[in-house]
Design a binder for this molecule. Structure first.
Ligand code: GDP
Length: 698
């Protein structure tokens, strides 16, 4: 088949990523407008956009759930996955990156690269995801394309290459110069289509230099072009485009385009760049997975005649059709009514209906093929991250890894009758968002909801009210501390009950010692422990892990500790596994108490934008919160402070920052890692937990 007719080669599966407010929603809207999907452009500012369909998003003006939509540009089908800007929704970023073949990174022409942009970039690096950068908002008075480009090269990648330069700036922004085509595209006020014009005289030198640099960068990636270039010939534009496409697909170059989504300048060339330089599913590497139940690696090519395999990247409860499972198809085809296998559980389920989404209009379709992003009805047990595959050819794609939540609130229904409804609604929320975790505090008889930040939880609680109709009272957010040890210690646990009848006997001797941060719990058995039966060793480990899961000194799970089983004793007749479980738990509790137990706390990266006058106040305030500022970036009208602060000291920061800056400061907090709590404070916290009765007795 000719490549131009092959529907899969003519598909792009992309995501648009941006720091909050950089203009992702406006850019997506403009894309839908130009591709004919919508006939009127909504405005984020008056809450009429098509992609932000949840009430939450409308009222808060931020995009929470990734809605996918399909549109067509120059005969190429673009499946666009919308993604959140706020870092509290990392899960959405991670899972969308896994199911797309390329990304558009939208940057504000004033703010440039933000900490969250760096986070998204890092996640994209892990998946070797091809990227295009769109420098937006160049119509703003203080926007500066070259400064943003410098920022990109310093903080994201030195391989960013501009394909365009803006014509004019601020109010006078008129269009862009396409460097490869050597032509100016000017958008006249009130007109959608740009007019091609000669390059303005005053830009000619700048354009010539930028074009030289672009051509050089492309030629560097291709031997035959480089040879031509060294021979003093200029390769033709068509072959430069082919090489640029290959280099972008390989992540060797990141093309940069620019404009203003709001003024609708540069959007069509952005779409051209998506079609011209981002890979189709056929060019993206084949997906790799394992045969369920084994470690054997297998892959699926992006072809319709290969066995079916898809990834469920989002589950949404839709008020009209019920449970929607959003999938990206990697290989093979599926017809309505056919069964798929979920290798996680081995279950087979039938797909009732298949919908393709166009903004918020859905179209019923009969089948799916590679590159499709569609919503399925009829799957009951699928959860985010599940693979769906041909039952005759099972494959388990790598599942998504989500960070563990770092903050929790206790929730009580305002109306006691709603207890069950609350629990069910929490469960639904958690099945949609894997970084929300439900829990239960047996001591206080409260339902807990944990998440990635205060805003994350606030929105979840709001959704309980608006979407599920449960009004709740939420406690103050509680930080998810962890317990750990400061030094090495050994201890024995002896469990003995031998008064008459069948007795119990087990002795476990073990050592605990600190592991590096993020080391979790590692359990090893020394050769000296071989005097014990394997089943007793396993039981001792299970007992130790169980005790550490509950916490030893403050009721928080233990982390970053190595446990080494040194030995033990069993009784020929009286010992059983349960005895070793108990002795293992006793031994680890004893050893941890001797190893100077302390606490770890979540440390957040703080990214704060304020005006010059407030920098001093903010830095001093962060200091009082046990935090610090590491860099201050100069922006045209603001200062961007990046630093760290313990989550425990950042609670309520939204309100405090508002008060300190008269409402003008903005910030984001993103979990970075766990850190030791300073000694004195750790002692206080441990004592407080003991007084509250939160420490497990065994
Ligand atoms: P998101 O948070 O990244 O989705 O950003 P939005 O699309 O919601 O835009 C945030 C704000 O920036 C809104 O007030 C938009 O009207 C405004 N905005 C978006 N694009 C542009 C642009 O190109 N120029 C200007 N001046 N403002 C823009």
């Amino acid at each position: 088949m000719n490549k131009d007719q092959d529907p899969i080669a003519n598909t792009r599966v992309i995501g648009i990523f941006a720091h909050i407010d950089a203009g992702k929603t406006t850019t997506s809207e403009a894309i839908l407008y130009y591709t004919g999907r919508i006939h009127r452009i909504g405005s984020v500012d008056d809450g009429t956009t098509q992609l932000d369909w949840m009430e939450q998003e409308r009222t808060r003006g931020i995009t929470i759930t990734a809605a996918a939509t399909t549109c067509v540009w120059r005969g190429c089908r673009i499946n666009l996955i919308d993604t959140p800007g706020h870092i509290d929704f990392t899960a959405e970023v991670v899972r969308s990156i896994r199911v797309i073949d390329g990304a558009v990174i939208v940057l504000c022409g004033v703010g440039g690269v933000e900490t969250q942009t760096e986070t998204v970039w890092r996640h994209a690096n892990r998946q070797s995801l091809p990227r295009i950068i769109f420098v937006n908002k160049l119509d703003r008075p203080v926007a500066d394309f070259w400064q943003v480009l410098g920022d990109v090269r310093r903080r994201l990648t030195p391989n960013a290459v501009p394909l365009q330069l803006p014509i004019g700036s601020g109010d006078a922004l008129a269009g862009v110069v396409d460097l490869l085509d050597r032509q100016a595209l000017v958008w006249r006020s009130g007109e959608n289509e740009p007019v091609a014009q000669p390059i303005p005289t005053e830009m000619q030198a700048e354009v010539a230099a930028a074009r030289e640099a672009l051509v050089d960068a492309i030629c560097e990636t291709d031997e035959s072009l480089l040879a031509q270039r060294l021979d003093g010939q200029e390769p033709n534009v068509a072959s430069l485009r082919v090489a640029l496409r290959r280099a972008t697909g390989a992540g060797v170059l990141a093309p940069v385009v620019c404009g203003s989504a709001r003024e609708r300048i540069g959007v069509q060339p952005l779409l051209d760049a998506v079609v011209d330089y981002l890979p189709s599913p056929v060019e993206a590497p084949p997906v790799v997975g394992t045969l369920p139940g084994s470690a054997e690696v297998t892959e699926r090519p992006s072809q319709p005649d290969a066995p079916f395999c898809a990834s469920a990247f989002k589950i949404v409860s839709d008020p009209h059709v019920g449970h929607l499972t959003w999938v990206r198809v990697f290989s093979g085809q599926l017809l309505t009514g056919q069964a798929v296998c979920l290798p996680r559980t081995g279950a087979e389920e039938r797909v009732g209906r298949i919908y393709q989404m166009h903004a918020n209009r859905r179209e019923l379709v009969k089948q799916m093929a590679p590159g499709d992003v569609m919503a399925l009805v009829g799957l009951k047990s699928a959860i985010t991250g599940d693979t769906l595959c041909d039952p005759a050819h099972p494959i388990a794609l790598e599942t998504f890894v989500f960070p563990e939540p770092v903050i929790a609130v206790a929730l009580r229904p305002v109306d006691e009758q709603d207890q069950n409804k609350l629990r069910q609604s929490i469960a639904r929320l958690c099945s949609e968002d894997p970084t929300l975790v439900a829990g239960f505090d047996a001591e206080t008889d409260e339902d807990l909801l944990s998440g990635m930040g205060e805003l994350h939880l606030e929105i979840a609680v709001d959704r309980l009210r608006t979407e599920y109709g449960v009004n709740t009272q939420a406690s103050l957010p509680r930080v998810a501390y962890r317990e750990t040890v400061r030094r090495r210690a050994e201890a024995s646990g002896t469990y003995r009950q031998q008064s008459g009848g069948h007795g119990h006997f087990a002795v476990v001797r073990l050592r605990v010692e600190p592991l590096e941060r993020g080391g979790g719990i590692v359990f090893e058995a020394r050769a000296s422990a071989s005097e014990l039966d394997d089943q007793f060793i396993r039981a001792a480990e299970a007992g130790a892990r169980e005790a550490m899961g509950k916490g030893i000194v403050a009721g928080y799970p233990v982390s970053d500790v190595r446990v080494t089983l040194l030995g033990g004793r069993a009784h020929e007749i009286d010992s059983n596994s349960m005895d070793f479980r108990i002795a293992g738990s006793m031994a680890v509790r004893q050893a941890m108490r001797q190893a100077i137990p302390t606490l770890l706390e979540p440390m957040m990266c703080a990214d704060i934008n304020v005006d010059q006058d407030h920098v001093g106040i903010i830095v001093a305030d962060l200091g009082r919160r046990r935090g610090s500022v590491s860099t201050i970036h100069l922006r045209a009208d603001t200062r961007n402070l990046v630093g760290e602060v313990p989550l425990a000291e950042a609670r309520g920061y939204a309100t405090d920052l508002r008060n300190m800056t008269h409402g003008r400061g903005t910030f984001t907090l993103e979990f970075r890692r766990y850190e030791l709590v300073p000694d004195e404070l750790a002692e206080k916290l441990i004592e407080q937990r003991r007084l509250e009765g939160q420490v497990p007795q065994r």
